[in-house]
Design a binder for this molecule. Sequence first.
Ligand code: OAD
Length: 243
Amino acid sequence: MEEKMAAFRELLKKSERVAVLTGAGISAESGVPTFRGDDGLWQNYRAMDLATPQAFARDPELVWQFYNWRRDLISKVTYNPAHKALAELENLVPNFTIITQNVDGLHLLAGSRNIIEIHGNLWKVRCTRCHAITMDRSPDLGNSPKCRSCGGPLRPHVVWFGESLDLDILQRAVDVSRQCQVMLVIGTSGLVQPAASLALEAKSAGAVLAEIDLGSTPHSRFMDFGFQGKAGDIVPRLVEGCA
Ligand code: OAD
């Protein structure tokens, strides 16, 4: 493992364009549940009842209960050494972008600046009537929050199952993936599209890929470097010594 890490570090040091694709696994050590692990959210809750436009149309109060529970949980946790190491790496690489599937905002909290949040942000709400997007960090918004401008029902500004990603945001993520020299893929099961295909975009455009995950994923066989273990252990070790 040490030799492989040293080889990857040398590559990172020489790279001018680095992209990072993150998933729930990077926030697991902060205490944010993943989706598909043994204690994952989708083991205990039915995504179709809580994270689809149909669920919101049927029972907005239930959906808000779920999101208020997640807001409360995430308001009590903070970034971990993996988030922090990525924020440090951004200062060392001329062109550095994090593409995250996470809605928890922990990359920003850790000090990262160039972040593309492809699945939205838990701390943002969107009016279903006037479509205004606002930031609201209260841990509990109640079961039927209303828009301050027009009084319309608010929804979480996150991407639900069955919804398309914002096309401009997706395009930026695809461009970054096609242009990077190195992509780190951290803590994602690689099962949700189109996020999962970004790693393949990078690979087919010639980037070197490295995966950091507890186990193996559908991405693993495309990787040039695989580091199995906790992101909070491995990412700081990869970054230290890059300065
Ligand atoms: P998953 O829960 O599907 O996968 C989490 C990945 O992180 C798995 O591969 C784990 O092995 C790995 N992992 C867990 N703990 C880790 C640790 N400490 N260090 C390193 N790796 C660890 O989460 P995502 O891939 O992010 O979408 O899920 C993708 C999307 O599915 C989410 O953005 C969400 C979900 O439904 C929407 O809500 C639209």
